[in-house]
Design a protein around this ligand. Sequence first.
Ligand code: ADP
Ligand code: MG
Length: 698
Amino acid sequence: MAKAVKKTQSAVEAMYGANVFSLKVMQKVLSPKAYASLSKTITNGGALDPAIAGEVAGAMKDWAVSKGATHFCHWFQPLTGTTAEKHDSFISPDGQGGVVMEFSAKELIQGEPDASSFPSGGLRATFEARGYTAWDPTSPAFIKEGVDGATLCIPTVFCGYHGEALDKKTPLLRSIVALANQMERAGKLFGLKPVTKPYATLGPEQEYFLIDKSFYEQRLDLVQTGRTLFGSKPARHQQMEDHYFGAIRPRVLAFMEELDQAMWKLGVPAKTRHNEVAPAQFEIAPIFERLNLAVDHNMMCMEAMKQIADKHGLVCLLHEKPFAGVNGSGKHNNWSVVGVDGKNWLHPGNNPHENAKFLFTLCAVIKAVDEYAGLLRATVASPGNDHRLGANEAPPAIISIFLGDQLTDIVEQLEKGETKSAKSGGTIEIGVDVLPVLPRDATDRNRTSPFAFTGNKFEFRALGSNMSTAGANVALNTIVAEAIDEMCAQLESDIKAKKDFNKSLQALLQSIIKKHKRVIFNGDGYTQEWHKEAERRGLPNAKTTPEALEALKSEKSIRLFEKHNVLSKKELLSRYEIYMHNYQSVLGYETECARTIAATQILPAGLEHQAALAETIKAVESVGGKAAAAREQLAVVSGLVDELAVGIKALEDASVCHCTDKMKDAMQKTRAAADQLETLVPADLWPLPSYAEMLFLY
Ligand code: ADP
Ligand code: MG
C-alpha cells in the first residue's frame, strides 16, 4: 500500500469509534466472563447482569478518564424532542483533602434526575417528581468532547416512579421487541433456522440549512423560533436548480469535514454529504444501522451540527421551514427489517423462497400502512412540519405507498395468482415463480410520495428535519408487528388444518392486496386530482397538527399499542397532551415574536419611509414641482403600513384569546403586509437581513 494511502486510512481507522465504549473496547478492558455476558445483553436486549455491573462501571470509567473525561451523565431523550443530560463528576473526596475518581455500578445502571421540569402530560404529579434513567446497553456509552475536558455519556431510558415512559426511547425499545417477536414467529413459519434475533434497520437522511451567524443574530425570529416569520422571496432562489449536488463551497466543506470526523469519532457511520435543492441547504446521510442506535446517532448528529456550525461562524437551521417559499427540510426515514435468518426481508431475493419472504413482508407493510395511515401521519405532526407537508416540495399529508410500476405489476399479478386469468399478463404463484429482478433506481424516481419502496427498504419521507426519528419508528415497528401478528395467526391456523403453506400464503397475500391496494399510488402526489382521488379511496388527509394528533387518541391506536406492550393507554394519551401543548406553545411564541418584530422593527421602518415620502412631496411641491411618483408610492406605503398596524392588533388579540387558528391567520396577514413593504422600503432602512443575503451570502 502506498504510504499516503496508509496514512489516511490509518488515521480514519484510528478516528472511527475512538470515543465509543464499543464491543471492541469492551473485549480489551473486560474479563472474558463479563464481556461474554455484556455482549449477549447487547445483541439480545434485556438488562445488564448486576453481577458484572461493578466491573463494567470501573472499566468504563478508566477508559473514559483515559480519554480526558472528568464527568459522566445519563443521556436521555425526554418528550421535548431533544436530548437531556445532567453531569456529575467522577471525583470523590479521599478524606485527606484530595480526591479519587470513582464510578459505581449503581451510578452506571440508574440515575434519578428530577423529572418535574420535563413534560409528562399528566403522567406524573409534581409531588412524585423523581424520574429514573436506566442504561440501555444496546446503545454504547460515548465520550462527548468539550472545549476543555470531556464527558462520558451513558444512553438511558427515562421513566417515572412506576416505570411509566417519559421519553422517546422506552417505547422505541418496546416496539423493537414487539416487531422482533412477530418476525420470529414468521421465521418459524418459513422454516428458518434462527441465527439472530430479528431487528429493524434505519438510515435517516438529514437535511439542514447553514447561514452566516451575523445574519442570524440580527433576526429575532430565527433566534427565538428557528424560522423566519417575515421575509420576501428574492428574485433568484432555487429556480435554476444549480445548487443541488453543486460544488460545495470551501466554508461549508470545512464544516462538513469537521462534522464527518466528529461523527466518525462517535462511531456514527456518516457517509453522504451534498448540497440540497434550496440555496444554503445541505444533507448528511449515514450508513444504516440497527434502529435503536440509528435513532441515537441521529440525535447526536443534530446536536453536533449546531455546535460545529457555530465554530465556523455559521448557524445550522434544523427547522422544517426556515424560509417561506423556499424548499423546507425533511428527514427521509429508510427502514427495513432483518429476520431470524440474518437477512433483510425487504430484499426481493432471486429464488421462490426469498421472494415469498419478501412478498410476505411487503404485504405486511402495505396492510399496516393502510390500516394505520392516520397514526403514521400523527407521528410526523409538528408545527414546523405543518408548513412543509403538502407544500408541493414535501410529500402531501395523505399517506400513500409508492411501489413503482414494476413492483405494482408484481403485486397485481400476485393478486390474480393461481386463478390464472386468461385475459391479462402473467400471474405469480408463491413458492413456484421467481420474481423478475427489480432495478433499484427505477423504484426511486417519485419524490412526491410520502412512503416509497426503494429497492430493499421503505422510505418514510414525511418526517421533519427537526424531529427525533423515534416517534415515526415506534409507530412503524408496531403497526408492522400487528400486521405480521394477524398474518401469522392466519397461517398458523391453516397449517394446523393441514393446508399447504405456499397456498395459504398465496391466499393470504391476495386477500391483503385486495383489501389494501387503495393505499398504493404511483402518480404525482402534488396534484389536485390525487387529493380528490385519495378522498374517493377513503384515505385520511389530516392537514394540520391538531387534526393529525387526533389519531393518537383513537380506540384503535390505544388497542394497538396496549396489545404489543409499547405504550399503555395512559402513556399514549399523555403524549397526545404533550404534543398538543407543544403545538399551542410554539404558535403562541411565534405570534408574540411576530408582534414584537412587526411593532418594534418593521412598523417603525415603514413609518420612517412614509414620513420621508411626505417630506419629499412637501419639498417638491413647495417649489412648484410635481411629486407624482412620490405621491403614488406614499399611497401604497400608507396602505401597507395601515395593514401592518391592523395585523399587529390581530396578533395581540390572537395572543390574548390563545386561539391557534387566529394566530396563524394574524401571522399570515401581518407577514403579507410586511413582506410587501420590504420590496418598497429603502434597503438601508429595512431592519432585517433579507432572504437573498441569508441564502446566498454564507
Ligand atoms: P437514496 O435514497 O438517496 O438513493 P440510498 O438508497 O443509498 O440513497 O440510501 C439512503 C439511506 O438508506 C442511507 O442512509 C442508507 O444507508 C439507507 N439504507 C440502505 N439500505 C437500508 C436498509 N436495508 N435499511 C435501512 N436503511 C437502509
Ligand atoms: Mg433516499
